[in-house]
Design a protein around this ligand. Sequence first.
Ligand SMILES: NC(=O)c1ccc[n+]([C@@H]2O[C@H](COP(=O)([O-])OP(=O)(O)OC[C@H]3O[C@@H](n4cnc5c(N)ncnc54)[C@H](OP(=O)(O)O)[C@@H]3O)[C@@H](O)[C@H]2O)c1
Length: 286
Amino acid sequence: MTATIVNGRQIAKEIRKNINYDIGRLKKKYQTTPVITTIAIGQNPSSELYLKLRNAACDEVGILSKILHFKDDVSEKTILQTIKCLNDDPAVHGIFVQYPTPSHISPTRLMRTVAAKKDVEGFNPENLGRTLIGDEDLVPCTPLSVLTILEHEQVPLKAKDIVIVNHSNIVGKPLAALLLNRNATVAVCHVFTQNLKRYTLQADILITGAGVTNLITRDYIKNNAIIIDVGIIETLKGIRGDVDSESVKENASLITPVPGGVGPVTIACALSNMVKTYRHCIELSA
Ligand SMILES: NC(=O)c1ccc[n+]([C@@H]2O[C@H](COP(=O)([O-])OP(=O)(O)OC[C@H]3O[C@@H](n4cnc5c(N)ncnc54)[C@H](OP(=O)(O)O)[C@@H]3O)[C@@H](O)[C@H]2O)c1
């Protein structure tokens, strides 16, 4: 058997089509264009590529995307003040901070400062808390992308053994909460996990986002496993994920490719969160 390869670009296109319709309707109703502001600190080629792709997606669906660029050595105080101004600005309907930030700026302090109703990434403790208790509203974009793909491919989650290789605040932890909310049994692995293979071999669904090429090979997966590759690694041969897809494709039942898998769906999920923040801002002030 050869694995089905998920077409993330097609899934993203379908999501954008629905968003385009929603935005058109909301603009007509409220007579305002949704405006999202991004805070980008320093220069990072992968962040710049992501922002370029996200801006093109915003244009396509009718969201006005503005970017505030800051130099690497900007103070944390300046960024916090900027976020507070954006929180108070009624003309801004969503705030997005580009992570990672330079080491002198605390990402968690920024996450705490973005107003919950404008929190496109769903990292504010209020939104993360809602994700944790199953009252999901603004859910972090990458975990939402993984869930969207699994739902699109009609993969049942209830009672499945799911292994996540990543325990970051932006991927693994919120994703574990989303899957637990759907009654899967979830193991979360990271660099200190002893004998990673012992876990991955049990997985009906393996979700990996370590950022390490060829971390997952055929001997790490169970027959017919579903493999979701979140990793994005720039190599001399182009963008790659964590999974050696050539080696696993005969054993897996479904694989997301890199590029063209989780990445485009993550951008589409960011757009759907923007629709939510727009609605929260407009409807709360109406
Ligand atoms: N496709 C998308 O839309 C999307 C979105 C965001 C990020 N990404 C990609 O996803 C990857 C992770 O992003 P991130 O921001 O979450 O990065 P991160 O904070 O560096 O997280 C990487 C995670 O993988 C774990 N890890 C690293 N090497 C490992 C190994 N050899 N064995 C087991 N676990 C290992 C780390 O454990 P420790 O924490 O213990 O070190 C950590 O939990 C990157 O490649 C990034 O580019 C993709």
